[in-house]
Design a protein around this ligand. Structure first.
Ligand code: HEM
Length: 404
C-alpha cells in the first residue's frame, strides 16, 4: 500500500474503527513521511514531541487556513474556536493562556476532588435506578460526569447542561480531516447556538457576578479588552466547555471497553491491587481520546535532521506516537503496570492540555467507584465506535449493571 492509500483508509470507516494497524503501515516508511506536496504525516514519538515544542512550528491560525480553504471564514462551525488559545500562536496565545491557566492551577484542580467524588456518587446512584435493564454507559455516566464538572467550574446552570452533548458533537466534526456538507451545516448551527448561549451567560454574569469562571473571564475582558477581547472571551468559553467533556467522556468509555476486554485488570482495580492512576495512564496511551493534531512550519526548519520547508502542514498522529516501539516496548500490549514513558495524549509544548489534571482526577475517581458499586457490570450488546478519527470514542456502549 502506498502512503496516499493508507492516509485515505485512515480517514475512512476503517481508520475510525481501528487506526492502529494503519499507523504501523505508515510507520514502516519512517517516523515522518510526506503524503503529498504540502503535508507530512508524523508517527514518531520523538518527532511529534520535538514539533510540539519547537517555535519553528505553530498551530494553523484562521488567517492561514483561509488561504487553503477560501470559504473557511463563512462557517461559524470552523471559526468559533478561531480566537481561542487552541488556534492562536504567540503572542496572542501566551496573553490569553496566562489568564485562563491562572484559573486551572494544580491547587484549584486538587481542591475539586471532593466535588468530583460527590458527583461520581450521585451519578452512580442514578445509574442504579436502571436496575437490570441495559443502559448506555456513555449517556448515563461517561459524558454526564465531565459535563457536570466543567459546567460547575464555568458556572453553567444545571438546567442548561443537557444542551451541550449534541452541540459539542456537531461542532467537533470540523476537527476531522473530511467534513461533509451536512456535517458542516450542523457544526455551523451548533456554533451559533453556543455563541448565543455564552453571550447571554456573559451578560448575566456581568450584571450579577458569581464565584465562577465565566464571571472571572468577563471581569478580565471588561477591565481591559486588550488582554481579552469579547470574541476571544466567547471563543475560549466555548473551547473550555467542549474540550472539558468531549475528550474526558471518551476516555471513560474507552477505559470501560478495555476493562471489559481485560477482566483480570478490572478485578485488580476493584479490589484495590491496581493503582487507578496507572490504569488511566495506560488507557490514555493505548487508546487516546485525541488521536491527532496538526501544526504548520512557520519557517524553514528540520525534524529529526530532515529538512521541512516553510508552510508544510504536519499531521501529528498522537495515537501512533503512543505506540511507537522506540518509546514503548511491546506497544500493542495493554499493560497498566508498564509505567514510565511520557505520553503525548495531552499534547506538549505551549498548547499542552490545560485540563490534563482535571481529566485524570475525574477518571481516577470514577472508574474504581463504578466497578465497586456494580461488581457484575458487563457488556449488554456490541459497542459501536463513532465515525471519528481525531476524537476517538464510542457512539454507544451498552452495559448491564447486574450481569444478567
Ligand atoms: C482525557 C481528556 C483530555 C484529552 C485527551 C485532552 C487532549 C488535549 C490535547 C491533545 C490538547 C493539545 C492540542 C494541540 O496541541 O493542538 C489539548 C488542549 C487543550 N485542552 Fe485538553 N484534553 C482532555 C481534557 C481536557 C479538559 C477536561 C479540559 C478543560 C477543563 C481541557 C482543555 C483544554 C484546553 C483549553 C486546551 C488548549 C490549550 C492551548 O491551546 O493552549 N482538556 N487537550
Amino acid at each position: 500500500m502506498d502512503v496516499a492509500t493508507i492516509v485515505n483508509e485512515l480517514m475512512g470507516p476503517e481508520g475510525c474503527r481501528d487506526p492502529y494497524p494503519l499507523y504501523e503501515r505508515l510507520r514502516a516508511f519512517g517516523p515522518t513521511v510526506r503524503s503529498d506536496e504540502y503535508i507530512v504525516m508524523v508517527t514518531g514519538h520523538q518527532e511529534i514531541d520535538e514539533i510540539l515544542r519547537s517555535p519553528a512550528f505553530g498551530v494553523i491560525e484562521p488567517e492561514v487556513r483561509v488561504q487553503f480553504e477560501p470559504d473557511y471564514l463563512d462557517h461559524p462551525g470552523q471559526t468559533l474556536l478561531g480566537d481561542s488559545i487552541l488556534e492562536r500562536n504567540a503572542p496572542a496565545h501566551g496573553r490569553m493562556r496566562s489568564l485562563i491557566s491562572s484559573l486551572f492551577t494544580p491547587r484549584r484542580v486538587a481542591a475539586l476532588a471532593p466535588a468530583v467524588t460527590a458527583a461520581v456518587e450521585q451519578l452512580l446512584d442514578e445509574l442504579a435506578e436502571h436496575g437490570d435493564g441495559p443502559v448506555d454507559f456513555l449517556d448515563a455516566f461517561a459524558f454526564r460526569l465531565p459535563i457536570g464538572v466543567i459546567c460547575e467550574l464555568l458556572g453553567v446552570p444545571e438546567q442548561d447542561r443537557h444542551l451541550f452533548r449534541p452541540l459539542a458533537s456537531d461542532l467537533t466534526a470540523t476537527l476531522e480531516f473530511l467534513v461533509g456538507d451536512e456535517e458542516l451545516a450542523a457544526a455551523d448551527r451548533a456554533a451559533d447556538e453556543l455563541s448565543r448561549y455564552f453571550t447571554e451567560l456573559a451578560a448575566l454574569r456581568r450584571a450579577d457576578p458569581k464565584d465562577d469562571l465565566v464571571s472571572a473571564l468577563v471581569a478580565t475582558a471588561d477591565a481591559d479588552p486588550q488582554r481579552l477581547s469579547d470574541t476571544e472571551l466567547l471563543a475560549n468559553l466555548a473551547l473550555l466547555l467542549v474540550a472539558g467533556f468531549e475528550t474526558t467522556g471518551n476516555l471513560l468509555g474507552n477505559a470501560l471497553a478495555l476493562l471489559f476486554e481485560h477482566p483480570g485488570t478490572a478485578a485488580q482495580l476493584r479490589d484495590g491491587t491496581l493503582d487507578p492512576a496507572a490504569l488511566v495512564e495506560e488507557v490514555l496511551r493505548f487508546d487516546s481520546p485525541v488521536q491527532l493534531t496538526s501544526r504548520i512550519a512557520l519557517t524553514g526548519t528540520t525534524v529529526g535532521g530532515e529538512p521541512v520547508p516553510r508552510d508544510t502542514g504536519m499531521m501529528l498522529l498522537i495515537g501512533a506516537a503512543n505506540r511507537d516501539p522506540r518509546r514503548f516496548p511491546d506497544p500493542d500490549r495493554f499493560d497498566p503496570t508498564r509505567g514510565g514513558g511520557r505520553l503525548l495524549s495531552f499534547g506538549g509544548g505551549p498548547h499542552y492540555c490545560l485540563g490534563a489534571q482535571l481529566a485524570r482526577l475525574e477518571a481516577v475517581t470514577a472508574l474504581p467507584a463504578l466497578l465497586r458499586r456494580f461488581p457484575a457490570l458487563a457488556p449488554a450488546g456490541p459497542a459501536v465506535r463513532r465515525e471519528r478519527l481525531v476524537l476517538r470514542g464510542f457512539r454507544t456502549l451498552p452495559v448491564t449493571l447486574t450481569g444478567r
